[in-house]
Design a protein around this ligand. Structure first.
Ligand code: PNS
Length: 177
């Protein structure tokens, strides 16, 4: 079969900040897509108040994926279904870490499907050693002065240090609470 155009996967999320788990999912997506759009949802569509502004989240993502030309990082506002139609996405990618993620992801996929019956969702699991990671826990550890270096890549670590103070090696030096 001859393909007429490249396969595009949209990977939406808050990415506040991008973790090694997100990174793993985006790179895995390239096994089934020619291009990946990592799409940061506009703050107005999120319930929680973010640790990083949209521009900072985008900058971190772009630094993290600067080695990979097939991954592009953008932001979007409004509904995911509208954004996906606009960019002519073939499917949406979401990461599934554990059964606990399933209910929320299933609900979101079905809501989106209701709004756009043509929308496909693909769920990928991260590498096992990343399956416990969440951006909200990473933020909490950083806020409390813990070491987040095992959970985020270097560009993100630098930003977290600038925002929350030192977040690398504090535990090994016996510092902190
Ligand atoms: O990383 P998150 O916070 O779990 O990502 C949630 C996200 C951004 C994928 C979701 O909130 C979303 O799609 N927001 C865009 C607005 C929208 O379409 N909302 C209706 C979802 S059914």
């Amino acid at each position: 079969m001859t393909r007429t155009r490249s396969v595009l996967g949209v990977y939406p999320g808050s990415f506040d900040p991008v973790t090694l788990g997100h990174e793993d999912i985006a790179r895995r997506t390239l096994r089934v897509a020619d291009r990946v759009l990592v799409a940061v949802a506009h703050q107005a569509t999120q319930a929680k108040s973010p640790a990083f502004e949209m521009e900072e989240r985008l900058e971190m993502l772009r630094e993290v994926f600067q080695d990979e030309t097939r991954i592009e990082c953008v932001s979007f506002s409004g509904l995911l279904v509208d954004f996906c139609r606009e960019v002519r996405a073939d499917f949406v990618i979401r990461g599934l870490r554990a059964v606990s993620d399933f209910e929320y992801e299933f609900q979101m996929a079905q809501m989106n499907r209701q709004m756009d019956p043509g929308m496909e969702f693909l769920f990928l699991t991260p590498d096992a050693h990343l399956s416990f990671l969440s951006a909200s826990l990473v933020r909490e550890v950083a806020r409390l002065g813990g070491d987040v270096s095992p959970f985020v890549s270097k560009p993100v670590l630098r930003r977290m240090e600038a925002r929350f103070g030192h977040t690398e090696g504090a535990a090994s030096r016996g510092e902190g609470a």
